[in-house]
Write a protein that binds this ligand. Sequence first.
Ligand code: GDD
Length: 325
Amino acid sequence: MRILITGITGFAGSHLADYILEKFPEVEIFGIKRWRSKTENIEHLKDNVKYFDCDIKDAHNVYEVIDEIKPDKIFHLAAQSYVPASWEAPVETLTLNIAGQTNMLEAIKKVKSKNSDYDPVILVAGSSEEYGKVYENEVPIKETNPLRPLSPYGVSKVCQDLLGYQYWNSYKIRVIRSRAFNHSGPRRGEVFVDSNFAQQIAKIEKGKQDPVIKVGNLEAKRDFTDVRDIVQAYWVATDKCKPGEAYNMCSGQTHSIQQVLDKLLSLSTNKEIKVEEDPARMRPSDVLILSGDNTKFKEATGWEPKINYLDKTLVDMLNYWRERV
Ligand code: GDD
């Protein structure tokens, strides 16, 4: 089997490659990356993955890669994934996320039309951010909840998700529409909340930052899952889920950002850290609560998250930063 991971240099992509190498060593893994992408997350994968330089905004480039590899499974994870960056530069986020996926689906369509027995499955990465404004009486969120995105990023993910629906219905391209909720772990980008707090604590412990941790909105609530559980969910989804259907992927462990901060502070060796609100970290329209119902996905696949977010994911993430700052 040949599989392609877009966004392999990123957080979830590199963990997915680790998972496949460990569980299915016979699978051939291909990855695409931009020539200027940082490669620290994939240094350890060097000998086990074949890379293609490819910009997903370039339709012909994407077509050439799909035509050459003809992957059986595609995990389309490449995206601009940081919500605040989408307010700073909405066009970049919308273009990369929507055009990138359209190029991928069009490439599959073309290669399929030339090779009648080519019938890959593609997992597209939607997000719980698609649900956006959710009222307290609408949780836990099911796949049938309304989509009310509150950022250009959320809008881009609704579009990616619905493109998946459309390409299945129009061309029978087997698209699995994943809607993962927040996921974390070692290698998580430093801009995301838990990773950012963990990095600040590690710096404070080493005397590289004053003992003051900067924070944004601590009242928001998120459903957190360990990335190592999410990548397993991505894999089983491509074996067991129905094309054209959307699936929530989440643990159901919902915590306020205040709880995440408190847990990380309790893990620190420095007990004198002060907390300071940083106005620059507040959002024009924050999503207040994302708490998911994963029944549909569990029934389809038998997947169960195994890693406790507060007790394991956060500890691993803090240790990851302690080794790096
Ligand atoms: N980043 C950040 N930094 N967020 C903060 C901070 C801070 O200092 N302080 C509080 N927050 C709050 C944000 O306002 C938000 O409510 C919450 O923490 C989580 O922020 P992020 O970690 O940036 O993640 P996100 O929920 O916006 O988006 C992530 O999850 C989505 C799935 O729900 C990203 O990984 C998306 O790519 C993903 O689709």
